[in-house]
Design a protein around this ligand. Structure first.
Ligand code: PLP
Length: 372
């Protein structure tokens, strides 16, 4: 029930990776035939990913995951364009990968505007328009939220940033398996994905970097062998990259099926939770959200205690807890939840492998625990 944290490796992905973990281990930077054979496979993987994103192959940079992609995109673009301006806009509900990069840039002298969201977690486009200044160089908005699932209107945000000649970075990590990822339709300039959130391997991800119309430039963060067009030095993770490409292919081919499956499981879960706790509140946008997400607040319930009584069920709270003092998450605070309600919040992240029987079992266990 915690697929927002990570997803299992699809056996089809593992099958693609195995030969490159076992026999074909050459370094793709090597000039001998074994190395060049792997390099050719990586270029095929790049083509495959580019097709899924409707991008040019050279616009795809392989990284170690979304965190690295966001760091490279956000820090790299900001530092490169510093002469053009020093203002960056983001939202209060981004993942720490974005928020902490912004905090770092603030220390380097950039001005950061963190826009609020409404009670559903959506960004107001007029507020975005009015936050833009002459010196704004970059906007970073996530596609789908990792706690409440709300989807932002990235295409509309991109239309605004494109018109104002501002770079748009989109953290699409949680949207990867259920939402369209066409970077042209979305009007994005930079887009981050993580392999392990789309049934691929951990330790691999990608950054889409627009090279034309407009051309976005980055300052590199790692220096060395000059891999990935000099922007991300270091020996390429060949098995991971080939696995990521296969996971992207499957996600794309099965997007509608996955969406329907997760929507069905979501609705089953929501209906049962409503029966168990009629006063519970569902967070995030009621319809405009990723279908696998259900964030639910139980008034008067301590979420941590509830989770402790559900051993064997992998679930998260909507809030990040320090050991003694649970602090409500920034996301739940941003949508206006009280501390108490945030403390009684659980985050379900449903995935392709979940079954209706599992939903029923989890609901039974929650009912038993709440009525004990
Ligand atoms: C929205 C979002 N962005 C970025 C990340 C970071 O991904 P990774 O840990 O794979 O680098 C996550 C992971 O939880 C996420 O949910």
């Amino acid at each position: 029930m915690d697929h927002h944290a990570t997803t299992p490796l699809d056996p089809r992905v593992l099958a693609v990776m195995m030969p490159f973990l076992q026999d074909h281990f050459a370094n793709p930077s090597s000039q001998h035939p074994a190395g060049q054979a792997i390099a050719a496979k990586i270029e095929l993987a790049r083509d495959q990913v580019a097709q899924v994103l409707n991008a040019e192959p050279r616009d795809i940079l392989f990284t170690s995951g979304a965190t690295e992609s966001i760091n490279l995109g956000l820090l790299g673009a900001a530092r490169h364009d510093r002469e053009k301006g020093h203002h960056i806009i983001t939202t209060e509900t981004e993942h720490p990968a974005v928020l902490d990069c912004c905090a770092q840039l603030e220390q380097e002298g950039f001005a950061i505007t963190r826009l609020p969201v409404n009670t559903h977690g959506q960004l107001d486009l007029e507020q975005l328009q009015s936050a833009i200044r002459d010196e704004t160089i970059l906007v970073s908005v996530m596609y789908a939220n990792h706690e409440i699932g709300t989807i932002q209107d990235i295409a509309a945000i991109g239309a605004i940033t494109r018109q104002r000649k501002i770079t748009l970075l989109c953290d699409a990590t949680q949207a990867a398996t259920t939402e369209p990822l066409d970077v042209q339709a979305l009007n994005v300039d930079l887009l981050a994905l993580s392999g392990h959130k789309l049934y691929g391997p951990k330790g691999v991800g990608l950054l889409y970097l627009r090279r034309k119309k407009p051309r976005i430039r980055l300052q590199p963060m790692t220096f060395g062998g000059g891999q990935e067009q000099g922007l991300r030095s270091g020996t390429l993770n060949a098995p991971g990259i080939l696995g990521l490409a296969e996971a992207c292919r499957i996600a794309h081919a099965e997007r509608d099926t996955t969406h329907r499956l997760l929507r069905g499981l979501h609705d089953r879960l929501q209906t049962q939770l409503r029966q168990i706790a009629p006063d519970c509140l569902f967070n995030g946008h009621p319809s405009n959200k990723i279908p696998g997400n259900l964030s639910v607040s139980f008034p008067g319930v301590d979420g941590k205690q509830l989770l402790d009584q559900l051993p064997g069920i992998a679930l998260s709270m909507g809030s990040a807890c320090t050991s003694a003092l649970p602090q409500p998450s920034t996301v739940l605070r941003a949508i206006g939840l009280s501390t108490d309600l945030a403390r009684g919040t659980l985050r379900f992240g449903l995935g392709r492998g979940n079954t209706p029987a599992e939903i029923d079992r989890v609901c039974e266990r929650i009912q038993e625990t709440l009525s004990a």
